[in-house]
Design a protein around this ligand. Structure first.
Ligand code: ATP
Ligand code: MG
Length: 372
């Protein structure tokens, strides 16, 4: 078990138990009324034969894995789709009880046992360093952008792309969906990609164009991207909640959420709803971070900007999502429109990268270095 997984499981349940009773009710009500095709739900749990590369292999759930838990209970869990100890450790007991059809006490016990198996407590910092060595970086398409990102988008972290409309957030995501599928030696992750599309802006045609321009097979590239359309913030939360299982099963090394904030901004209007919005947003973000760390996955999210009219000098736009967003994201990159097809990118907050600004271009091939 890697030390990243340890951190993931240690703090996961506390958050989710807090939020889940509320979410559970909301999700059930929402899902029954959603115009959501079944395919989106099944797509998110699509399995792949490929083994995890450079990731963490999960412990298979089988009778005898938990001392004192009956085989019938284990079989119920397996039947309900909980095939690994990890998938149980990251599921709130209430949900486990509902989905697998077991008593609340049994669900709590199973959850505790699962957590104990994956949580060895404190670990030496040297192990943390070792874990950082397993981190890989994926190139964005622009060498300059890669440079200010310390080599590209890294696994085990959340990279946030912030910018106004047309600043290139989605284009970077599209390009990454292609480059991430390249072998590690060629600057990719050699993996599949998972994209949560909250705004209906995922355009397969554009991804195909980027792949073609880069001399890759567009059909194969599309096959390697698992897309789920999130229809509202609760749906987005469900999809994010299912990532732990998905990335593990489907050899996913890049998770994209475009945009992270859109539904939250649209649904929670007015000051009175702000704290609830921030709590839910924070919960989603901490789940994403744990998935990133536990499974050595790169998470890329996009964020919008809001105008602050009181700013007299400089850029009046600032990232939305407040402190919750700012604290949760590992690296924050601010994008601005430049001349013609160029865009400016600046790392504005990172624990390891200096603040630097570069120019890149959006072309038929997606994101590239600017000729200027
Ligand atoms: P929003 O907040 O509205 O989602 P965004 O930052 O995601 O905005 P993008 O979709 O990344 O915006 O960028 C849109 C820009 O990308 C367009 O304005 C256009 O300049 C450029 N673009 C889109 N498709 C192509 C293409 N096929 N070839 C070249 N440039 C393109
Ligand atoms: Mg966009």
């Amino acid at each position: 078990m890697s030390s990243a997984q340890i951190r993931f499981f240690t703090c996961f349940l506390a958050d989710w138990i807090q939020i889940c009773p509320i979410l559970d009710e909301v999700f059930r009500a929402t899902f029954t009324s959603l115009p959501c095709p079944e395919s989106y739900v099944s797509l998110i749990s699509r399995e792949s034969e490929s083994a995890l590369e450079g990731g963490v292999l999960a412990e298979v759930l089988e009778p005898g894995v938990f001392k004192g838990v009956a085989t019938t209970t284990i079989n119920k869990l397996i039947k309900a789709g909980f095939t690994t100890v990890e998938s149980i450790a990251v599921t709130p007991p209430r949900e486990l009880a509902d989905v697998a059809g077991m008593g609340a006490d049994t669900a709590l016990k199973v959850c505790r046992l699962a957590r104990l198996q994956v949580d060895p407590g404190f670990i030496p910092a040297l192990e943390v360093l070792e874990m950082r060595r397993s981190m890989i970086k994926c190139k964005t398409g622009s060498k300059e952008l890669d440079r200010i990102l310390g080599g590209g988008i890294e696994t085990g972290a959340i990279t946030e792309l912030i910018g106004e409309y047309g600043s290139g957030k989605t284009q970077i995501c599209f390009t990454l969906s292609v480059t991430a599928q390249l072998p590690v030696e060629e600057g990719g992750f050699g993996s599949n990609v998972c994209a949560i599309d909250t705004e209906g802006t995922f355009m397969p045609e554009r991804v195909m164009q980027i792949a073609e321009e880069r001399g890759l097979d567009p059909t194969k590239i599309l096959e390697g991207i698992l897309v789920a359309r999130a229809y509202n913030s609760e749906h987005q939360q469900i999809l994010i909640g299912s990532l732990a299982e998905l990335v593990e099963k489907s050899n996913v090394k890049l998770v994209i959420v475009d945009s992270m904030i859109g539904h939250f901004r649209g649904e929670y209007i007015g000051r009175g709803t702000l704290s609830e919005r921030q709590q839910k947003l924070g919960s989603c973000l901490s789940h994403l971070l744990r998935v990133a760390e536990a499974f050595n996955v790169a998470v890329v999210i996009t964020n919008q900007v809001m105008s602050t009219p009181d700013v007299v000098y400089g850029d009046p736009n600032k990232p939305t999502g407040g402190h919750v967003m700012a604290h949760a994201c590992t690296h924050r990159v601010y994008l601005r429109k430049g001349k013609q097809n160029t865009r400016l990118a600046r790392v504005i907050d990172s624990p390891s990268l200096p603040e630097e600004r570069i120019r890149f271009a959006i072309t038929a091939a997606g994101v590239e270095d600017s000729e200027e």
